[in-house]
Every structure is written in structure tokens, then in C-alpha cells.
Design a binder for this molecule. Structure first.
Ligand code: AMP
Ligand code: MG
Length: 329
């Protein structure tokens, strides 16, 4: 996605016959990923957006000492700030709606695997010992923001926090008078308005088996949010098996349903992020049914190079395949 932002920038700057001002382009590192902001407007907005996201990270990161989630995981309860309480409640609501496919209480399993840090497969007994600690229904958030966990439970908001940060950044950007912007936080994007010429932003759909800069398709978006969950983000390969970072809460192992990536387009950053993770866990068939039923636009890419879409997705977003080894089914 990073590369794509620069592609968009080039299209903006070298648009033949257009005389547009140069956009602000800002790249930074926050929430363990790259934040790229491209927009037309006041330079200060990029710094504000970075600050907003860094502040959210200080509240919701499970590794930053003193964060709400750090304290919650360590002590079993915390008085969460308004943002953390909001994200926790939203996460639990998505858990309910997805029958636990999205599960913010999965941290004991996520920690056991340590994908991105370690490259070993935990023993079945270890997984089985931890699964009972991951019931999201035991996570409580009171009216005043006090959050509580069951004994030995712990929380990870890695599947939803970036989307919330995008909601906040989009809000700040629009309030700052910006009418055209692309904000990319590690593969989740806020798309604000159109390019200055009035065209929609063209976003690349990353090749899940290719490098960071390889795309298999493009979509055209305006005034919306998109989020992609893919096996390529964090993984290791052992004995020919790819172990990636999106865990199936039922098995306590990386979701193994043939999917390589799920892209969601919807009008909320937090939901597009949470649903991209959840629908990945559900798999193409169940995920598709769920998306249709809930009015979410989703695209699934599987390991047979097949792309499945919700109704209307291709038309609505002018999906163009750029890699003909993939097939839309
Ligand atoms: P995303 O890249 O948005 O799909 O989020 C993936 C991250 O969410 C992982 O790196 C974990 O931190 C966390 N996670 C993994 N599996 C799940 C799950 N089933 N439900 C909620 N969060 C998860
Ligand atoms: Mg997500």
C-alpha cells in the first residue's frame, strides 16, 4: 500500500494538462507500521494526525508500559480512557456479530505463537491450555470505562486499533478543511474526496503472494475506508506451511481456509479493520454470506488465485484486474 500511495502521488503530480498544486506528502512510523498521508491542504494536519495516532497507540498498545491495555492485561482490570473504552466496546460488538471470529480476548493465543518474533509451532497441549482463557464474553467494560478480564485473560487490539485511528485522522483532516486526501496506515486507508481533477482515487489490491509493491488489481474509491487483512503481513514458513498472524479463535492456530487476503470497503474505519480480520477467519464462503447480509463490501483472494466479491463490488469500485493469472469467480 505504501508504494501505491506514491503511485497516486505521481498520478497527481504528473497529470498531463492539469495544473494542480503539489500535495503534502508525509511518511512516519506509528502503531508498528507506516503511516503515509497524501493530501491537499495545510501541512500542519499531517503532524496533528501523527500525534492523534501516537496518542491512541500510547493508550491501546499492549506493549507500551502504562497504556490502558498494558495495565488491563497485567492487573486484570483498568480504568480505560474514552478511546480505549470505545474501541473495546466496538471490538466486543463485532465479536458478538461475527460469532467470535473477531476476538479481542485472543491474546493468550497470539502471545503463544508470537508470529513476527518467533518461528516455532506451539505444541497442541499448549494451545489447548490457553484456548479456555480466550472467551471474549468474559471481557467487561462498565459505563465509566472500567474494563475487566477473567483470570489469566488478556486483550490485543491489533486487529481494530488502526481502523479507529483512521476514523480519528479522517475526522481531523476534514475538519482542517482538506477535501482531498489519502491516509494509509499499514494497509488500512481513509480515502477522502476525489483527486483534484475529480477522479476517484485508484487503490492497488496487493498480490498476496507477491512483494510489497506488486498488485493484482485496482479499485477506484472516494469518501470511504478500506482495510486489507493478508497472510503476508506477518508470518513464517516451516516445513512448507505458512503460519501467519490471523488466528482462528476456534482452533488457536492461524486461520487455514485457503484465503490469502480479504479487503473490506465500508464507511467506517474501525469496522473495515475489524471486519477484514473477522471475514478472513470466516473464510470466503461464510464471509461472503456475512458481508452480503450486513451490507459490507468485501473481496476475498484465495490460494487458487480466485477472487470472490460481494454483489456490486466490481461495478461500484471499477475493479480492474491487472494480473491475468487471477480470476474473478
Ligand atoms: P489485521 O491486520 O487487521 O487483520 O489484524 C491482525 C492482528 O489482529 C494480528 O496481528 C493480531 O494482533 C490480531 N488478531 C489475530 N487474530 C485475531 C482475531 N481472530 N480476532 C481479533 N484480532 C486478531
Ligand atoms: Mg483488522
Amino acid at each position: 500500500m505504501r508504494k501505491f500511495a506514491s503511485l497516486v502521488l505521481l498520478l497527481l503530480v504528473f497529470c498531463p494538462g492539469c495544473s494542480v498544486a503539489e500535495p503534502v506528502r508525509d511518511t512516519s512510523f506509528v502503531m508498528n507500521t507506516v503511516l503515509t498521508q497524501t493530501y491537499f491542504g495545510d501541512e500542519k494536519i499531517a503532524a496533528q494526525n501523527l500525534q492523534i495516532t501516537a496518542q491512541l497507540e500510547r493508550q491501546m498498545s499492549k506493549t507500551i508500559e502504562g497504556s490502558d491495555i498494558f495495565i488491563l492485561n497485567k492487573e486484570g482490570s483498568c480504568k480505560a480512557g474514552a478511546d480505549t473504552a470505545y474501541v473495546l466496546r466496538a471490538a466486543l460488538e463485532v465479536s458478538d456479530r461475527t460469532n467470535g471470529a473477531f476476538n479481542p480476548a485472543l491474546n493468550p493465543i497470539i502471545e503463544l505463537w508470537g508470529i513476527g518474533e518467533r518461528e516455532s509451532v506451539p505444541a497442541r497441549a499448549q494451545i489447548e491450555a490457553r484456548l479456555p482463557l480466550t472467551d471474549y464474553r468474559t471481557v467487561q467494560v462498565d459505563m465509566d470505562g472500567t474494563a475487566r478480564l477473567a483470570k489469566n485473560g488478556s486483550v490485543d487490539l491489533g486487529g481494530i486499533a488502526k481502523g479507529y485511528a483512521l476514523d480519528k485522522m479522517a475526522d481531523n483532516t476534514i475538519r482542517g478543511g482538506v477535501r482531498s486526501a489519502l491516509i494509509d496506515l499499514g494497509g488500512s486507508l481513509a480515502v477522502i474526496g476525489t483527486k483534484p481533477g475529480g477522479q476517484k482515487y485508484k487503490i492497488g489490491v496487493r498480490d498476496p503472494e507477491g512483494g510489497e509493491n506488486e498488485y493484482i488489481a485496482t479499485v477506484e474509491l472516494t469518501d470511504t475506508f478500506t482495510s486489507t487483512s493478508g497472510v503476508y503481513e506477518k508470518y513464517f514458513i516451516k516445513d512448507g506451511v505458512r503460519y501467519h498472524h490471523i488466528m482462528d479463535p476456534e482452533t488457536g492456530k492461524p486461520a487455514d481456509n485457503g484465503l490469502l487476503a480479504v479487503m473490506i470497503v465500508t464507511g467506517s474505519g474501525i469496522l473495515s479493520d475489524a471486519y477484514s480480520t473477522a471475514l478472513f477467519v470466516m473464510g470466503a464462503q461464510n464471509g461472503l454470506a456475512f458481508a452480503q447480509q450486513h451490507g459490507i463490501n468485501a473481496l476475498f483472494i484465495d490460494n487458487q488465485k480466485k477472487i470472490t466479491l460481494t454483489e456490486g463490488f466490481a461495478e461500484k469500485y471499477a475493479l480492474q484486474l491487472t494480473d491475468n493469472s487471477y480470476e474473478i469467480v
